[in-house]
Design a protein around this ligand. Sequence first.
Ligand SMILES: [Zn+2]
Length: 215
Amino acid sequence: MRIVLVGPPGAGKGTQAAFLAKNLDIPHISTGDLFRANISQGTALGVEAKGYMDRGELVPDEVTIGMAQDRMKQDDAANGFLLDGFPRNVAQAEALDAVLKKDDMQLDAVLDLEVPEDEVVKRIAGRRICRNDSAHVFHVEYNAPKTEGVCDVCGGELYQRADDSEETVRTRLEVYHTQTEPIIDYYRAQNLVVTISALGKVDEVTARAMDALKK
Ligand SMILES: [Zn+2]
């Protein structure tokens, strides 16, 4: 099964992608991991990407597409894959279609995780991270630490990342609306879009997604 996962920041995409990939026994391909792997292995595309990043420039679509293409050809992706964070605009979606077509492949579904905008803001802006370990994550409302501002796990100080401020979240949502959301219409025209609500517990959302994908 070849799946693209889309959804606004704060929809829990990374978490869902990991669970779904495991349930479906296909690799979870995220752009973050693609970049890290190519850069650490020093591939030609990795070197190119790093050049742009070091200059503070955006990595061009062709580079990202090239990395995704290489990854989709690896053995573990023979039965499919789940793309997370890519494509992020219509140009990338068109390029992905072209690349797949060349290898006689096509997407089976585009899973769209839906979360109301105010909920996204609440989820992200309420997040607090431990200064000792970024895996110690809390939420002022949904997963409050026993003592305000103190990590339950190690006693470290909790803080809000600059990226998680309400203002930044609103900006990220705006970027999502203008650049990424149009790909949903693009894929809708191909009858590939499956929309589910991303509200509720993580396992509930995974179950909902699995049900929707089976249909
Ligand atoms: Zn901690």
